[in-house]
Design a binder for this molecule. Structure first.
Ligand SMILES: [Zn+2]
Length: 593
């Protein structure tokens, strides 16, 4: 990514001209090389010959908007990201050598100056502060207990402080002055956010007072630039794809209002041609403090028309699957949900990496009113190197008789039905609260576990409907077990890994999987599969419906355990299988990175 050089940032750190002596806080080759060696490098270069001239012009604008999303994401995750990156790139430009090249690559892989070590620790590799659970969207050092105490004393502020698109700050004189100055520079934000100015003006400087400002104000300059690119993209395809045009213009306006309803509605229900884009702030995985703040991302996608059509006909009868779920509060679901198969052109921010599929929006009201769109990422899901790496790990711990059961298609289908699983089951608590609000830091973990289990639970129904033959169902099941295998002990704030570990523990305690032989390898008792998955799914759906934080916490502490003699040994064997630990994805279309 290119930077405009800011003199202020350049003066912050002055680096020596030779790379031989790295400044304090810069990791050496000895520390960076093992992490980079463990990263599988993949370059995505999908065929774009089906795009029209207008779409290609729109694509350039979308890529420009995506770069802004990426920079915003890095800023949201770490206050020191931009300066650290600039200093590193300056050093690298002055004297290119392995040490600085590795640091540049590690920054790219880590999307910021904090990396995940092979021991699954989060550490800075450049001279920046350690990572805060609240990242850069809460004040440094703020704890959950302090937020809870503050909200108990000021309940009317819960809405703004826990809003998914607001930054929480302490009411220092400097902060208040900076907010008001930014608001004066963006009168359109002032006009669209009634009451914001008064709230800010009424704040008295006191570092114990917390307040929140909408992303629309906090990131106003960057969002204005990104909006310009969306409008130019809209201009380029206006004649040929009016629905896509409307979506892009609405999304640009969403960034001003802070309300994504218009963009979400026109995104989910619009009919687009060759291009699609997920853009804005959606997923809350990076908020390890409260699990509510959305982080910026963009995915720019080329539609695979043939595969999309085949898929749309294959998934009918969703209501029957919803009705079969083991709970008593079934809802009406749409029989036709917008699902498309896409090839990734480029990903930015939170979306960058080897994500296999996405379903959005998450907002329960928007999902109820407009539905959700499912974006299946074909050139990730069918990438042979990524599959080979997964299979190597699976083979290392699974009995030989089960190894052939894992297939590329099994992974494709399990993932697809995981995404559909987000659509089914409980979406609000019995008393009408959103799951994010009720389950707080456990909400992502439960939402993802529900979706994994719905996917597995649906498999026999899909076989009965003729969608699967016996082998395809077995491949879906085998991938469900592969999914639960952990190469390292998860950190508490990793929702996916922890819910996978919980499934593994539930499965092994209920005899769905078993360790046999010497060395002990996993066997799968397929005849137990549906019953055990149904039992766990029933518990998960009940907990979601009750929305009781303490019960959820108890359930997690019951199933989320790590035993070195069991999990540790399996993890070690997978690590020894020489599989890659992470995926470093690059994009041909972004050839300057
Ligand atoms: Zn998911």
């Amino acid at each position: 990514m290119r930077h405009s050089f800011s003199l202020g940032a350049l003066l912050l750190i002055s680096l020596p001209a030779t790379g031989a002596e790295l400044p304090e806080g810069y990791w050496t080759v000895e520390k960076t090389q093992p992490i980079l060696d463990a990263a599988l490098r993949v370059t995505l270069d999908p065929d774009l010959s089906h795009l029209t001239e207008g779409e290609l012009r729109a694509l350039d604008e979308l890529l420009a908007a995506g770069r802004i999303m990426h920079a915003l994401f890095e800023e949201q995750r770490h206050a020191g990201a931009a300066d650290a990156r600039l200093a590193l790139e300056t050093a690298h430009a002055r004297s290119t050598n392995t040490a600085t090249q590795n640091l540049v690559d590690l920054y790219y892989l880590s999307k910021g100056p904090i990396t995940t070590t092979l021991d699954n620790e989060r550490l800075p590799f450049l001279p920046v502060d350690a990572e805060d659970p609240g990242k850069n969207v809460y004040p440094v050092g703020l704890t959950r207990a302090e937020i809870d105490a503050y909200l108990a004393a000021h309940p009317h502020e819960a809405k703004s402080i826990l809003d998914e698109r607001s930054v929480v700050r302490r009411a220092t004189a400097n902060n208040i002055a900076a907010e008001l100055e930014q608001l004066a520079e963006f009168p359109e934000i002032d006009a669209l956010h009634s009451g914001l100015r008064q709230r800010l003006e009424m704040l008295r400087p006191n570092p114990n007072t917390l307040y929140a400002v909408p992303y629309a104000l906090a990131y106003a300059p960057q969002l204005r630039d990104a909006r310009t690119h969306l409008n130019l993209a809209a201009d380029a395809i206006a004649d040929e794809s009016p629905d896509f045009e409307a979506y892009l213009r609405n999304r640009g306006r969403d960034w001003l209002t802070g309300d994504y309803e218009a963009g979400d509605a026109s995104w989910v229900s619009g009919s687009f041609n060759g291009l699609n884009v997920q853009i804005g702030s959606y997923e809350t995985y990076d908020d390890a403090l409260y699990g509510v703040k959305a982080f910026y991302s963009a995915s720019i996608l080329a539609r695979d028309e043939q595969k999309s059509r085949a898929l749309a006909t294959a998934i009918s009868g969703l209501q029957a699957i919803e009705d079969s779920l083991p709970y008593d509060h079934q809802k009406r679901v749409r029989s036709q949900i917008p699902v498309g198969v896409y090839n990734v052109i480029a990903d930015f921010g939170q979306a960058r990496g080897a994500n296999t599929a996405t379903i959005l929006p998450n907002d329960a009201d928007h999902a109820r009113k407009y539905g959700r769109t499912i974006l299946v990422r074909n050139n990730i899901l069918t990438n042979p190197a990524i599959f080979a790496n997964r299979k190597r790990r699976y083979d290392a711990v699974v009995d030989a008789a089960f190894r052939d059961h894992l297939t590329l298609n099994g992974g494709f289908n399990r993932t697809l039905w995981h995404e559909i699983g987000h659509y089914l089951g409980v979406s609000v608590t019995a008393d009408g609260r959103s799951l994010d609000a009720a389950l707080a830091d456990f909400s992502d973990l439960f939402e993802e576990m529900k979706s994994d289990l719905v996917s597995l639970f649906a498999a026999p129904a899909l076989r009965d409907a003729g969608y699967y033959d016996a082998d395809a169902m077995r491949a879906h099941y085998a991938d469900g077990i592969r999914r639960t295998l952990q190469v390292v002990q998860p950190r508490p704030e990793q929702p996916y890994q922890n819910m996978q570990l919980m499934q593994f523990n539930f499965f092994i305690e209920h005899g769905l999987i078993e360790l046999r032989g010497q060395p002990a390898l996993l066997t799968i008792n397929y005849d137990r599969y549906h019953e055990v998955v149904g039992k766990l799914l029933r518990e998960v759906l009940q907990l979601l419906y009750a929305g009781d934080y303490d019960m959820v916490k108890l359930f997690v502490s019951r199933w989320n355990y790590w035993d070195e003699k069991l999990h540790g040994r399996l993890a070690e064997r997978m690590r020894e299988s020489a599989g890659y630990r992470s995926t470093l994805v690059r994009y041909r279309r972004l050839n300057d990175e």
